[in-house]
Design a binder for this molecule. Structure first.
Ligand code: PGA
Length: 251
């Protein structure tokens, strides 16, 4: 049975003390969320260790927002998958559109990052999604299919059990413009078909596919009600514990 997941992506927000307070507030309210909904917070690297302590003993899991494409060594400024695991991460986000757009994250690098994350015991939230001009040109299916094929098709059926896909249309991220439930469902169902094309229906059925892009308490219920939407990757609204929990309670 695939998991329902609501993951907060804090991006480059909050100082360490602010992040610790936010994590405490999420933990304090986590009991309000249905037991079958997995809560994850993805924090900046600097916050991982103190937030891991806050989350200890709670049902909330810790994620990083990125990891290095190299194992270890002379890569100044990078943080390896082994480091993330040792800091208490269960997950890492990979391939977020902001990383693809501003930091030259290619599908090739994402294969290396995913491989290292999995080899170090992490689970991966892999982001895919089209830009506005790609949607307007009717290319959104092709773009998502290519992103999945270039990265996930390099992995095995067993690996897929530790991978979650987040569909995040770039035009909806931080813009207040959400995909309609129908638009999101259409592409989620398509993504599941692309996964099934390589790994079979059972693996695809088991895979959690999250929606991301201006998801908030007012629209989460309709999105999560769709058969192929298994939760959300939440940016802006994850910075307020009340909103984040309200989204998770929308199930
Ligand atoms: P948003 O960001 O909810 O602020 O649109 C989502 C994301 O980028 O993961």
């Amino acid at each position: 049975m695939r998991k329902k997941i609501v993951a907060g992506n804090w991006k480059m927000n909050t100082t360490v003390p602010e992040g610790v307070e936010l994590a405490k507030a999420v933990v304090a309210k986590s009991a309000e969320v249905p037991a079958d909904v997995k809560l994850i917070v993805a924090t900046p690297f600097t916050h991982l260790c103190p937030v891991a302590q806050v989350l200890e003993g709670s049902s909330v899991s810790l994620s990083a927002e990125n990891c290095a494409d190299q194992e270890k060594g002379a890569y100044t400024g990078e943080v390896s998958a082994a480091m993330l695991a040792s800091a208490g991460c269960e997950y890492t986000i990979l391939g977020h559109s902001e990383r693809r757009q501003y930091y030259g994250e290619t599908d090739e690098k994402l294969v290396a990052k995913t491989r290292l994350a999995l080899a170090n015991g992490l689970k991966v939230i892999l982001c895919v999604g089209e830009k506005l001009e790609e949607r307007e040109a009717g290319k959104h299916f092709d773009v998502c299919e290519a992103q999945i094929k270039h990265v996930l098709y390099q992995f095995t059926e067993a690996d897929m059990q530790r991978i979650v896909i987040a569909y995040e249309p770039v035009w909806a991220i931080g813009t207040g413009k959400t995909a309609t439930a129908e638009q999101a469902e259409e592409i989620h169902a398509f993504i599941r078909k692309v996964v099934a094309g390589k790994f079979g229906a059972a693996v695809a059925d088991d895979m959690s596919i999250l929606y991301g892009g201006s998801c908030k308490p007012s629209n989460a219920r309709e999105l999560f009600a769709q058969p192929d939407i298994d939760g959300g990757l939440i940016g802006g609204a994850a910075l307020k514990a009340d909103d984040f929990i309200a989204i998770a309670r929308s199930y």
